[in-house]
Design a protein around this ligand. Structure first.
Ligand code: F6R
Length: 606
């Protein structure tokens, strides 16, 4: 969602704040700002739009300071204008905020009645005023923040600097993440380890409800009750990471091309490729699990939707899958002792985190498939199944999706073995099939030039449908999501057999239909659905293999031919052409591929 940085430095901090915001830009990018202390008084610099606008303002400014906070925004309350950009300030302090203050309306009315004047439409500004009022009533900055936090409802991370206080930075978190970085006579606050990367790899993650008082001498941490607490210092893996596109034009295409390596690395972690065995996940006894509940959002939900087929077919384990934003409102009764799995690249998605907490309250064991190991979801889960995908910077998820699929496939094989429904031969057969995936993905990437040419056609349309059956159905949903989120072309995915129940009315000569149809046991049925589309003039783009191309006998506008492969592994490989199709279409249309409009990489609000 939004990204936060705070620095108590030894050198001018303004350029460091802006650099850190660049690394946080994946969290939100509709406006940005910094506040520094200049001879004890607060100076703000804010700009609407991308960070380069703030950078341009900074270039013309001499206000550098040694103490400061910064923010990159994904608007929730108030349009993305300079007036609504963070930091928000009063005569006493400046504050940056990630999350939502749900009771801001009541608080604002109360503060306005006391004569406080608001200048933005944000929920954040109430925090600035509440703390200011408390300071004016005689409290110290720390006591004032501590007194205000219990009055706020919602999920948030906050960082404050105070007028006249060159050696003070206060942070707080409830729901949204916040980390402390330890330097040499310097201290830092940041939304994540990536933000703090160039400064330090010694990090402490605040627990939910904590607040922290930082001076250059160190950190004093307090829990929700106000008691002083200690939290572990960890060495962060994200800290060494420097965002770099290599030779690629966008992070997204770099991450698409990283997939053979990432998936190979992830599979090698979960599968013993030499022995043809899946490693049992530590902490889960699948022999004792008789129902699995999966929750996730967006692309991660589609990974879970593929996994449902795998767990049910390979492990004969019934699966319920829910979109996380709906899960807890369904109030599904969960049998105590059951297993709930959450899937999240960022590990910070608010809806997924809320599902985790619902499942925990229902007595479930929680397994989390996450990329960011220090994330809140990873820390709250009983068992963490890491992705090993490395940081994903492109807002549209690609390598995290296929890494999720790799983890889930390996876990389904391990579950099949533990449940006694998968023979050693069948296990070895599956493990061998998955060990071929990196090579097959490499082959799929060779379709790049053909897909780029096809994207020229696709970039002219306004609507597009994606069809698939079996595990190709979630890939159709994922393909449609990728296309719409980065090219802004309206796209929908359907189960191929569902088309005739309504959506077929949309088919005419203008409508391209991307059909994902490996030559598997469902192929014939998908071909029948394709015939229905062709008979109504729909323009088919067929993604299949050689056997499928020969058997389809259809006049497709383009056929993308992948190598033949066992049907268990097709979702991982067929993901690549749908990602490339979306990518090239968006590039041709000139959209901002890595930071599409209205989106954020990490969605920490409900
Ligand atoms: C789409 C995309 C989103 C995320 C979703 C969940 O390309 O990236 O749909 O998959 O917001 O995010 P995580 O996996 O971080 O929980």
């Amino acid at each position: 969602m939004c990204g936060i940085i705070g620095i108590l430095g030894q050198t001018p901090v303004a350029p460091l704040l802006v650099d850190a915001l660049k690394r946080l830009e994946y969290r939100g990018y509709d406006s940005a700002g910094i506040a520094t202390l200049e001879d004890g008084s607060i100076e703000r610099l804010r700009a609407e739009g991308k960070l380069r606008n703030l950078e341009a303002k900074l270039a013309a400014s001499r206000k550098l300071g040694r103490t400061g906070i910064g923010h990159t925004r994904w608007a929730t309350h108030g349009a993305p204008t300079e007036r609504n950009a963070h930091p928000h300030a009063t005569e006493r302090l400046a504050v940056v905020h990630n999350g939502i203050i749900e009771n801001f309306r009541e608080l604002r009315t109360e503060l306005e009645a006391k004569g406080r004047r608001f200048v933005s439409d944000t929920d954040t500004e109430v925090v600035a005023h509440l703390v200011t009022v408390a300071i004016e009533e005689g409290l110290s900055p720390h006591a004032a923040v501590a007194a205000v936090l219990p009055r706020l409802t919602g999920a948030f991370a906050l960082a404050f600097v105070f007028d006249g206080e060159e050696d003070l930075l206060i942070g707080a978190r409830r729901g949204s993440p916040l980390a402390i970085g330890f330097g040499t006579s310097e201290m830092f606050l940041g939304s994540d380890a990536i933000a703090l990367g160039p400064f330090t790899d010694e990090i402490t993650y605040l627990d939910d409800g904590d607040h922290v008082v930082l001076t250059r001498a160190g950190a004093a941490i307090f829990d929700e009750s106000g008691a002083a607490v200690t939290r572990a210092i960890v060495r962060s893996q994200g800290a060494t990471y420097v965002a770099d596109k290599g030779n690629h034009r966008h992070f997204m295409v770099k991450e698409i091309h990283e997939q053979p390596e990432v998936v190979g690395h992830t599979l090698a972690h979960y599968l013993d490729l030499a022995r043809g065995e899946a490693r049992a996940p530590e902490g889960i006894d699948f022999a004792k699990v008789d129902r699995l509940s999966i929750t996730a959002c967006g692309t991660a939900y589609y990974a879970g939707s593929v996994a449902r087929y795998w767990f049910e077919q390979i492990a004969r384990l019934p699966v319920d899958i829910d979109i996380a934003s709906e899960f807890r409102y369904r109030e599904q009764p969960l049998a105590p002792g059951g297993l709930s799995m959450v899937i999240s690249q960022s590990g910070e998605t608010a809806d997924t985190l809320a599902s985790l907490r619902y499942a925990r309250a229902e007595g479930q064991k929680i397994a989390a498939v996450v990329n960011v190991r220090e994330s809140t979801i990873a820390r709250e889960a009983d068992v963490v199944l890491p992705l090993l995908a490395g940081p994903e910077i492109g807002v549209a998820s690609t390598k995290a999706f296929t890494a999720q699929l790799a983890v889930l496939a390996a876990t389904a094989i391990a579950a099949g073995k533990a449940r006694g429904v998968l023979s050693s031969d069948a296990e070895a057969h599956l493990v061998r099939a998955f060990s071929e995936v990196p090579r097959l993905m490499h082959e799929a990437l060779k379709l790049d030039a053909q897909i780029e040419a096809l994207a020229r056609e696709l970039s002219k349309v306004r609507h597009c449908l994606y069809l698939g059956r079996g595990t190709s159905y979630p890939i159709a949903l994922e393909g449609a999501l990728k296309l719409k989120e980065i090219s802004y072309i309206h796209a929908e995915g359907y189960a191929a057999g569902e088309l005739k129940h309504g959506p077929i009315a949309l088919i005419d000569e203008e409508m391209p239909v991307v059909v994902i149809a490996p030559h598997d046991r469902l192929f014939e049925k998908t071909v029948s659905n394709m015939q229905e589309v062709a008979a109504r003039g729909g323009r088919i783009i067929l993604i299949t293999d050689k056997a499928g191309r020969d058997a389809a006998a259809i006049d497709a506008i383009e056929t993308l031919v992948l190598p033949e492969m066992p049907s268990s592994v097709t979702p991982l490989v067929y993901a690549i052409p749908v990602q490339l199709l979306a990518y090239h279409t968006a590039v041709i249309m000139g959209t901002d591929v890595d930071q599409p409009r209205n989106l954020a990489k990490s969605v920490t609000v409900e």
